[in-house]
Design a protein around this ligand. Structure first.
Ligand code: FE
Length: 220
């Protein structure tokens, strides 16, 4: 399920009026509520199943899944080749997949290329690997500025990318979702795969940060 882009209420200037404001939910919220009520009334979905689904993506699936994929690619050159050639198949080898994770493409950071992912239209994001998208990923400023000024956005995230490094911006859609394979930090040859996974933050897999050289950091 991919939400339609509804940008008008965010981008329209606030109109002048003299009537009282009412706490009416946003248009998308109302539409979702209406759809849910209809589906439940028709017996097509079960509210408990919906709650379970939401709970799964809110609390059980997080960036750790993506971190395991990245760590495996760092540790196993054959796996990395498979991941870059056919991400869906390689990701499902580790048991991940499903809603909002179909048609994945993994893009690799190298010493000369830095990749950053955005969804300019809405907030397409690989849920099975990263959980639900952070608020900034869904924000209008990120969605527009990541394309217009990716280096500026990276600087705001504290990520310095030299002028000699090519920055590639990938626009996720309902059809294609991108995951960045960050560069493996230096001096990590002796680490186990699990220890490597601990270096992989959510932001590094969206491409707004690099993988941390410090063990024990975890994505928020
Ligand atoms: Fe989207």
């Amino acid at each position: 399920m991919t939400p339609d882009p509804i940008q008008s209420e965010e981008t329209e200037p606030h109109h002048d009026h003299d009537h009282d404001h009412q706490a009416i939910p946003s248009d998308p919220t109302l539409r979702v509520k209406a759809l849910e009520s209809l589906l439940v009334a028709k017996g097509l979905v079960d509210r408990a199943a919906l709650d379970e689904l939401i709970d799964t993506y809110e609390h059980k699936v997080g960036p750790r899944n993506g971190a395991r994929v990245v760590a495996r690619a760092w540790a196993d050159a054959d796996y990395k080749r498979r991941l870059l050639a056919n991400a869906d198949a390689a990701i499902s080898e580790l048991g991940y997949g499903g809603m909002q994770g179909e048609h994945m493409v993994v893009v690799e950071n190298t010493p000369t290329i830095h990749n950053i992912v955005v969804c300019t239209l809405c907030s397409c994001y690989p849920w099975p690997l990263l959980g639900l998208p952070p608020v900034w990923y869904k924000s209008a400023p990120y969605r527009s500025r990541a394309v217009i000024d990716p280096r500026g956005v990276l600087r705001e995230f504290g990520t310095d990318v030299g002028d000699d490094i090519e920055v590639r911006v990938w626009d996720s859609t309902a059809e294609l979702r991108y995951l960045v394979l960050p560069e493996r930090p230096a001096h990590t040859q002796t680490l186990t795969e699990a220890e490597l996974a601990a270096l992989v933050t959510r932001d590094s897999m969206v491409g707004v940060a690099k993988a941390s050289g410090k063990a024990g950091t975890s994505p928020s």
